[in-house]
Design a binder for this molecule. Structure first.
Ligand code: SAH
Length: 306
């Protein structure tokens, strides 16, 4: 492991941020990190003027890589307007914990609280506390799309309802479901690191026995799983949460519909407003009807039923 890391950060709007993070995923150690500002409150997020910081961490001694990344960013800036990248050298110890400083207890919706596992949180009577260490997985609760899904789930009856979480990341949505009495719960993610992190978080929250986790995804009428996975509960499900990008939600629509109980609900987020129509069209074709829409800044969540 290198001793010194170079933090590259770019301040951008949401559309550019998506392209930049794709680029960073190819360069950085552990992929891109996206931070949405301001982090503080729902209101703060909703009042636009917010921006996104996309960060990647490179070996500080790998100057050819830094040059290549700078060139790639330069080319990208000819298409998307965004600020010049900022570079900062971090000692190794800082790097692993850099993001943790900005990650604090978050109140979402009416009663959801996401508490980082390394902080003490004194729960209030009404709180549904989810304790998370996201590690390298997505799902810190800082991102508006996670928050929109949690609000959608908060408005959906979950007690005794079956729940499928497609793209579970840190496991945050499945864990919330478990705490609200959903059962059985299945959570899948194509990223095996996310599945490991989700399992640890489920254990941390005392709900691991309520859910089945596996590396893979949904296909029409079943699952496509890593070879060593145990079989999963087949459904159909009362509630399906899917917080991935619009294109992927659209592509997975026939699979999602096939896993959904008639009258059940799909809570989808990760949709940038400009791409909402992609999801709506795919849903209409797959036989899903939109019953509710939520928005936070540029991010949209759609709730559908069949
Ligand atoms: N559910 C969490 C994490 C969402 S991030 C939350 O709401 O915060 C989206 C996750 O979907 C990532 O962990 C990514 O690895 C996973 N993913 C991407 N494409 C997928 C696919 N086709 N099937 C299943 N998971 C996928």
């Amino acid at each position: 492991m290198p001793i010194k890391w170079l933090e590259v950060s770019v301040r951008a709007d949401l559309e550019a941020a998506e392209a930049i993070s794709e680029l960073f995923n190819g360069y950085g150690q552990g992929g891109a990190v996206i931070e949405q500002w301001p982090l503080t409150t729902d209101e703060g997020m909703a009042q636009s003027g917010g921006f996104v910081l996309v960060k990647a961490y490179l070996d500080a001694d790998d100057l050819p890589k830094k040059d290549k990344l700078e060139q790639a960013l330069w080319h990208m800036r000819q298409i998307y307007p965004f600020d010049e990248p900022a570079f900062k050298v971090l000692e190794d110890a800082d790097w692993a914990n850099a993001w943790r400083q900005d990650y604090t207890v978050q109140h979402i919706g009416s009663h959801v609280v996401i508490a980082p596992s390394w902080l003490e949180y004194q729960a209030q009577a009404e709180d549904v506390v989810i304790t998370i260490d996201p590690g390298m997985a997505f799902g810190t609760g800082l991102h508006p799309s996670t928050r929109l899904c949690l609000v959608g789930l908060e408005n959906t009856p979950l007690q005794g309802q079956s729940l499928l979480d497609v793209g579970t990341g840190s496991g945050v949505l499945a864990i919330y479901g478990a705490k609200q009495g959903a059962y059985p719960i299945v959570a899948v993610d194509t990223d095996e690191v996310a599945v490991k992190v989700a399992r640890e978080n489920a254990e941390r929250n005392g709900v691991a026995d309520r859910m089945q986790l596996a590396t893979g995804s949904v296909i029409a009428g079943g699952y496509e799983l890593a070879e060593d996975s145990a079989a999963l509960w087949a459904g159909p499900f009362d509630v399906i949460a899917i917080n991935i990008l619009a294109e992927i939600i659209a592509r997975l629509s026939p699979a999602v519909v096939s896993h959904l109980q008639p009258g059940g609900h799909v809570i989808a987020a990760g949709i940038i407003q400009d791409r909402e129509s992609i999801v709506r069209e795919a849903w209409a074709e797959a036989g899903l009807r939109v019953v509710q829409r939520l928005q936070d800044g540029d991010w949209v969540s759609l709730i559908g039923t069949k």
